[in-house]
Design a protein around this ligand. Sequence first.
Ligand SMILES: [Zn+2]
Length: 204
Amino acid sequence: MLSILAHNTRKIQEATQMSDITKACRDISELSVSAQAACTLFLDKCKKAGLSVLITETYRPQARQNWLYEQGRTRPGNVVTWTRNSRHTGRMAWDICKHVKGQEYSDNSFFVKCGSIAKELGITWGGTWETPDKPHFEISSTWKEPKKEDDEMITKELVIINKNEYAMDAIRKDGNVYVKVRDLMMAPGIEVKSRGRIPVIETK
Ligand SMILES: [Zn+2]
């Protein structure tokens, strides 16, 4: 009786493990805390860009990674992975496809757009690899959310006028430097006046 019970328990355990190994986990909450943050930011940006992203896999237990590695090697099927060591097992990677039936993996521009969003966020896209893995995205253990440029943040920026340097209050935004027109008067020979609301710049 006991042995039958033990046998049945083992059968159930085996069945559970089997289903774990063959089934992809799509749960973002199974990723590391930083990968969850990265993945969430990535999905938000993709959504804003009109890209319909479906997560197909997140955390992958080592047993599943090994099982996938065996596919096309010791087990029939196409090779689906090149490594037993994956950032999926370290909870640092996720895979996606296009969430449109029939176009899951056929739309190259979809993956390229997702890849450029990933780059903005400091996320590595598998599509840039020597052996490309377009559905794959991962972060390193040192990943940090890129600092948002604060539109209202005034800093001192160096401006060179007629070969002389001047530190001016400035706002950096989208690769441009905004300075106050009247600060140009720091440079000798430049006069800034106004005609109503219109700044007038004259060289003396
Ligand atoms: Zn992957």
